[in-house]
Design a protein. Sequence first.
Length: 199
Amino acid sequence: MSNHYYSQSPDVKHNRQIHEVSLRGFSFRFMTDAGVFSKSGVDYGSQVLIDALDLEVDAKVLDVGCGYGPIGLTAAKLADKGQVTMIDINERAVELSRENAKLNHIANVTVLQSNVFEAVKHMKFDVIVTNPPIRAGKLVVHQIFEEGFELLERGGSMWVVIQKKQGAPSAKAKLESLFSDVEEVTKDKGYRIFRAVKG
């Protein structure tokens, strides 16, 4: 269990690497490591989500399951007058996200280790973004939707990427049971991007 990315303390041997990538016109350098999600570069689903994201410049954003930080750090560039909070259960991912914020000179982020929303229960957000941890199971994914709904301001939105074969239809149905407006913003190579708005 502790060898895959959805664990608190991965015990696989370190294998740190730098990846250079352009996201939304910004150049990033990301330090990655074994034991975190998509260690060999930004995964396609995250790229599709990043390309679709529509953020106000002063948004308060939460990135759930931030990994080493590509979604949250791009959001911080897009919402450069706002604040991005990034959370992950995986302590190695949290350390990497903090390191990558410094590496890319991004100051408007806070990175917290958190089992789902434990560390941010007292906060409110305009936008929640997530490439949810499918490996953790449907219950955890649905918990992210349910508890995330409570943390959103009225009119706030949750952005989710999920593959069709990994449960996109049931994810959409779950979102529709919570949110007043759920839209499939785009789809690409089996990935679906949903934006769910809290009425």
